[in-house]
Design a protein around this ligand. Structure first.
Ligand SMILES: [Zn+2]
Length: 67
């Protein structure tokens, strides 16, 4: 006799919150750059001209003045 296995599901849920959008039709702030920025890009420059930002990859941010 075959073993009965219940298949579990979930009820349809409402859609998740929409992604944050920024005004459309923006261009990179850098002079001579014509790159259009995505409405999802919160920065004012394109990727090539944006200042480098180093995300914290692990650990705690050291307190100011230590180390
Ligand atoms: Zn640019």
């Amino acid at each position: 006799m075959a073993k009965q296995v219940a298949i579990h599901g979930s009820k349809p849920q409402p859609l998740p919150r929409a992604s944050q959008k920024y005004p459309s039709g923006r261009n990179c702030e850098h002079p001579d750059c014509t790159t259009k920025l995505s409405t999802y890009n919160k920065r004012s420059k394109c990727w090539a001209h944006a200042d480098m930002k180093v995300p914290r990859l692990r650990g705690r941010k050291p307190a100011a003045g230590s180390a």
